[in-house]
Design a protein around this ligand. Structure first.
Ligand code: ATP
Ligand code: MG
Length: 554
């Protein structure tokens, strides 16, 4: 830890510890339960959890459920699942901001008593008008100088349901001339006659985010409250609340840049729309970068951790590219997963001189780069499936795979030479015929001659039929994510391709989620957690094998 370069947040923490500003580290992840988490949240989770770990501190999971309109229990459950899956352990510290409503109310009363808060009768519209602009100061509310006694009574009436929504608000009494608009007597409590998923009908007044959040942090003794840059301008208000409420352990807000992925839909609002209008198969559709979508797609927690690490923590906005995330999953699976044979676009290959009933069990290394994964056997027989694109009746230049007269290596099998084809009435090739050379069996040490092409195969008799789903970006990258005219998404009509008649080597027959594999030459695939069943397997392509992404080595 001594020599490594520390990010700016770690530098702040080091200083705070050294100067005795705090004697421990307490962080939190505070999601609003109004949707599923996405890759951006993963960054925040892993950052907060990682800091707690690094400094032998603690990490809390706290639902920021102060807004009763949008929140749902379904989201609470999914968020817990996702945070746990990423490996961020909150132990027994699962909290709900709504559990602190009483404390927040007491803080508000405390502020009123100090003359630091007042009940205001201006409408939302009027409050906006009085607020001023970036260049002009605001005007004091005519209700600003109400007596403490009157404010206390009116606030209690607010709490007791005497007013309609919007009729009265509680405002902090700070400074209408502040250059920071957030400090111009911000609203801290509003009337809202709405049931809450946790507190039911107990409350008809709800605290505003900027008031609630610092109190939540202070109550939990959070030392470093890490949030994204858009809250930078709110920091003076955060500090004001902490200070005026006179908490013993004032938390410190630190902002960092959000994670952006180029040409990828991350905003909760947009994902929600895709889910609601049925464009995708739920929040866990494998095309989404929601955590549950990435999990179903076959991403591992390790790969996401690696990605977040590479993205780094900074104070200025920057954009990452999807190929970097893909690089991380390839790197994670490369040595861990067996390399299997699966044919996605099958074409029958018949070896005319191979004995009709013979089956040979070829021994195959599970992962040529990692002997620890051991070996398996794969049945070889007279009729095989090969990839349609591994045969060309009339080869193009530099095509080294099968074509009439050419010899290739069947991976883990024999050399075969193409002798002819069978076609249907429309002239489509339905079968390719060949002969094999028994001398050339894989592993036999044959060195007689070399061939340029190696193709994979699956024994037709033994192969397991499966559905395979291939994915592309859900948005049309050429057009860009958002339609400039109406702000809608530019969807890619080819984002999902379903291949119904794929053949897998029989070793894959028992595969179940969340297992994943390399399918040689075709990429990495995982068993679909929602739709795959024994006997009718469904695989998702996680990522293809090739990448344009390169890690810059310094
Ligand atoms: P979205 O912008 O997708 O609607 P949100 O910010 O409204 O998300 P919250 O539940 O309020 O979602 O966020 C929980 C935490 O995650 C906050 O601390 C927020 O700053 C952080 N967060 C949200 N999006 C990102 C991102 N893209 N990169 C890093 N952190 C993020
Ligand atoms: Mg939010």
């Amino acid at each position: 830890m001594e020599n490594e370069t520390k990010n700016f947040i770690e530098q702040i923490i080091d200083r705070d510890l050294a100067e005795g500003v705090c004697d421990h580290v307490q962080t939190r992840f505070p999601p609003e339960p109004n949707g599923y988490l996405h890759i951006g949240h993963a960054k925040s989770i892993l950052l907060n959890y990682g800091l707690a770990k690094k400094y032998q501190g603690q990490f809390n999971l706290r639902f920021d459920d102060t807004n009763p309109t949008k929140e749902k229990t379904e989201f609470v459950e999914s968020i817990k699942e996702d945070v746990a899956w990423l490996g961020a352990d909150w132990e027994d510290r699962l909290f709900f901001a709504s559990d602190y409503f009483e404390t927040m109310y007491e803080c508000a009363v405390f502020l009123i008593k100090k003359g630091k808060a007042f009940v205001c009768d201006l409408t939302a519209e009027e409050i906006r008008e009085y607020r001023g602009t970036l260049t002009e100061p605001g005007k004091d509310s005519p209700y600003r100088d109400r007596s403490v006694a009157e404010n206390l009574e009116l606030f209690e009436n607010m709490k007791n349901g005497l007013y309609k929504d919007g009729e009265k608000v509680l405002r902090a009494r700070i400074d209408m001339a502040s250059p920071n608009i957030n400090m111009r007597d911000p609203v801290i409590y509003r009337v809202a006659h709405m049931g809450h998923h946790n507190t039911g009908d107990t409350w008809c007044i709800y605290p505003m985010y900027d008031f609630a959040h610092p109190i939540e942090d202070a109550v939990e003794h959070v030392t470093h409250s890490i949030c994204t840059l858009e809250f930078e301008d709110h920091r003076p208000l955060y500090n004001w609340v902490v200070q005026e409420c006179e908490f013993d352990h004032p938390p410190k807000q630190i902002e960092f840049a959000k994670l952006y992925l180029k040409n990828v839909v991350t905003g909760k609002r947009y994902i929600k729309k895709l889910v609601e209008d049925g464009t995708v198969d739920g929040w866990d559709d494998p095309r989404l970068v929601s955590i549950s979508g990435l999990r179903r797609r076959g991403y591992t927690p390790e790969s996401i951790r690696k990605f977040v690490e590479l993205a780094g923590v900074s104070k200025s906005n920057s954009t990452c590219e999807m190929p970097m995330l893909e690089y991380c999953i390839r790197e994670d699976l490369k040595l861990k997963r067996p390399r299997m044979m699966a044919v996605l676009h099958p074409l029958k290959l018949v070896i005319d001189n191979y004995p009709e009933d013979q089956v040979e069990y070829m021994e195959v290394a599970n992962n040529q780069e990692n002997p620890e994964l051991g070996v398996r056997t794969v049945p070889f027989s007279r009729e095989l499936y090969i990839e349609r694109e591994d045969f060309m009746e009339v080869p193009v230049k530099k095509y080294f795979r099968l074509y009439p007269g050419n010899e290739v290596r069947l991976m883990n099998g024999y050399f075969v030479t193409c002798t002819g084809v069978v076609k249907d009435a429309e002239g489509n090739v339905t079968e390719v015929h060949c002969t094999y050379d028994p001398e050339t069996r894989s592993g036999s040490g044959f060195t007689g001659r070399k061939v340029k092409g190696t193709i994979h195969w699956v024994s037709a008799r033994h192969g397991v039929k499966a559905e395979v789903r291939l994915y592309e970006n859900i948005v049309d990258e050429e057009k860009g994510v958002y339609n400039e005219e109406d702000g809608s998404l530019n969807l890619n009509p080819n984002s999902l391709t379903v291949l119904k008649d794929c053949y897998l080597e029989p070793n894959l027959a028992g595969a179940s989620a969340p297992e994943s594999f390399q399918f040689v030459r075709n990429g990495y695939f995982c068993v679909d957690s929602k739709d795959s069943r024994p006997g009718s397997l469904v695989f998702n392509r996680i990522v293809s094998l090739k990448s344009s992404f390169k890690i810059e080595t310094k």
